[in-house]
Write a protein that binds this ligand. Structure first.
Ligand code: SAH
Length: 370
């Protein structure tokens, strides 16, 4: 009971980030322009600069009269994120950016270039309230929700880095987005959905990335999955299951004490039914904790007739934790066992491991040192 209260407790009240173009719908952007005494079409020009040219510096916008640019900058494009530092690995093809928000809070995003796509992993909250014991972000608790403007700013910065050829291999297009950085996206539902609309809306009003190339990953907030099902969007749903049995899941993913494995899968099934999209089951393989063959068997039986795909993630050990990744032979047995049930399974590559990719460790290290 008290544990649940903690999980859902509102983050401390702080000064909200200033309103940004990306917090608004197309109609709201136009209405805001008019309320500032600007013709509505200025909102379209601003959107084009931001979402098509990834340009957030109104001083360089020659189609807007110089006298108006400071007004536009203040009301539509306040600076929401400032780069603290970037670190790269995989010969520069993986880059992790650490961002400082207007109130000093730190979040991170990770860009990964592959031969056929470039994916960005973004944060939807500073910290996380879900408290999963193997996740670095979970250890520090939730600081606050990000606004749609703050989440979208990570995307626009990444799209710009791709377009200007900052990653080795020359200019490219940002093609995929995963909500797998810091935070629980469905616990910040409205800002995340506003961001998803910014991603999938065609340019110039959004980034024009196909919904199927967007993955929303959740611990399994059933009410959130149900709401997402009603959105009429084709985004990929990923459920962080990590074990098929409630007993262990109560520990690994504490929100399981509220929604059990069966309820989470039932909600995901409905999502698959409505959208026609296969969902992903995320499963961090932790040595001798959740990687036994009997658990693979149980998982196989649970998923064999479902529209699901299993993503096995070798655990990225967090500092101070006694847990580590599975032995390779146990990983292989796990994969084979699932395949015997006809369940599609892949082992996720460990991109960015040396730079603590996707586990909140960079932000954690920065906070510790500051
Ligand atoms: N809150 C969302 C997004 C979190 S991060 C969710 O839980 O789905 C995306 C994935 O990385 C989740 O499946 C999460 O469980 C996993 N993850 C977190 N810490 C990890 C670690 N140390 N090693 C491997 N995977 C981890």
């Amino acid at each position: 009971m008290s544990e649940l209260k903690l999980v859902f407790e509102e983050p401390k009240q702080r000064k909200k980030a200033p309103e940004h173009l990306a917090d608004l719908t197309k109609e709201e952007r136009r209405a805001k322009a008019e309320s500032l005494g600007l013709p509505a079409f200025r909102a379209n020009q601003i959107s084009t600069h931001y979402f098509t040219h990834y340009n957030d510096d109104p001083d360089s916008w020659t189609d807007i009269p110089a006298a108006l640019r400071p007004v536009v900058a203040e009301h539509f494009l306040p600076k929401l994120i400032t780069l603290v530092r970037s670190i790269t690995c995989d010969n520069g093809k993986t880059r992790k950016d650490l961002w400082r928000l207007h109130d000093g809070v730190l979040v991170e995003s990770v860009l990964m270039r592959y031969s056929d796509r470039t994916t960005v992993c973004i944060s939807s909250q500073a910290g996380c309230g879900m408290n999963c014991p193997f996740c670095a972000t979970g250890q520090a608790g939730l600081t606050r929700n990000l606004t749609a403007g703050e989440i979208t700013a990570q995307l626009v910065a990444s799209a710009r880095a791709c377009a200007t050829g900052e990653l080795p291999g020359g200019p490219t297009r940002l093609s995929n987005v995963v909500f797998m950085g810091m935070g629980e996206p469905l616990a910040n539902y409205n800002a995340v959905m506003r961001t998803v609309r910014n991603i999938v809306t065609p340019q110039p009003d959004g980034l024009g990335i196909g919904a199927r190339s967007v993955t929303v990953s959740t611990v399994g907030l059933v009410t959130g999955i149900e709401k997402l099902t009603e959105e009429d969007l084709q985004v990929t749903l990923a459920v962080s299951l990590h074990t098929p049995d409630d007993e262990l899941r109560d520990t690994l993913v504490p929100i399981n004490s509220r929604w059990k494995v069966k309820e989470v899968l039932a909600a995901a099934d409905k999502y698959a039914e409505k959208t026609g999209r296969r969902y992903s089951i995320e499963y961090a393989l932790i040595r001798d904790i959740n990687d036994q063959q009997w658990r693979a068997d149980l998982l196989g039986r649970l998923l064999k007739n479902r529209h699901a795909h299993v993503n096995l993630i070798p655990l990225n050990p967090t500092p101070g934790s006694k847990w580590t990744a599975s032995r390779k032979e146990d990983e292989r047995t796990f994969v084979k066992t699932l395949e015997n049930y006809g369940v599609p399974v892949t082992v996720r590559d460990t991109r960015g491991r040396e730079i603590d990719g996707a586990c909140g460790q960079l932000a954690a290290a920065e906070i510790k040192n500051s």
